[in-house]
Ligand binder design. Structure first.
Ligand code: ZN
Length: 157
């Protein structure tokens, strides 16, 4: 292969990789936002009652984290902060996830293969998305521990 072709192939692949990496880290980034970058109640109240609320919210997130958020994730976070979260789980997404990971079924936390359940990395009630990227397998024990961890955390709304 010509040197130029190699470089072109590498760059093309890099784009694919970038997309994959982004999909993998997005749940973590979103959780970080929920935990670390959450606006104070005064700002929230101000945005909620203004017509520019959602835009100011995006500007605030971008200025705090130096990152441009996709509209989908921004929307999920905004709904979360409004206290207007859709907690209806899509059974189809969960079935798709199981199908895609049929050969790789073990707990994301302890690698156990016992009593596996499909879990949302960021719970839907915290603004997590009902997408394949936000799903993982957890064993019953780890899932229980995780619920305990989230239950005592105070929600801002
Ligand atoms: Zn486990």
């Amino acid at each position: 292969m010509e040197e130029n072709e190699k470089i072109t192939a590498l760059l093309n692949n890099f784009d694919v990789e970038k997309e994959n990496i982004y999909k993998k880290v997005i749940p973590t980034v979103q959780e970080l936002i929920v935990e670390q970058l959450r606006p104070d109640e005064k700002d929230l109240l101000k945005w909620k009652t203004s017509s520019r609320g959602r835009f100011d919210f995006r500007d605030y997130l971008n200025s705090r984290s130096c990152k441009n958020f996709s509209e989908v994730h921004l929307d999920a976070l905004w709904r979360y902060y409004l206290g207007n979260v859709n907690v209806q789980r899509s059974k189809l997404i969960i079935e798709q996830y199981k199908l895609l990971n049929k050969r790789n079924e073990n707990c994301a936390h302890c690698s156990s293969i016992e009593n596996l359940q499909v879990d949302h990395k960021i719970p839907l009630v915290k603004g997590g998305l009902d997408t394949i990227e936000n799903l993982q397998f957890l064993c019953g024990t780890c899932n229980l521990e995780k619920h305990g961890r989230y239950d005592y955390k105070e929600l801002i709304i």
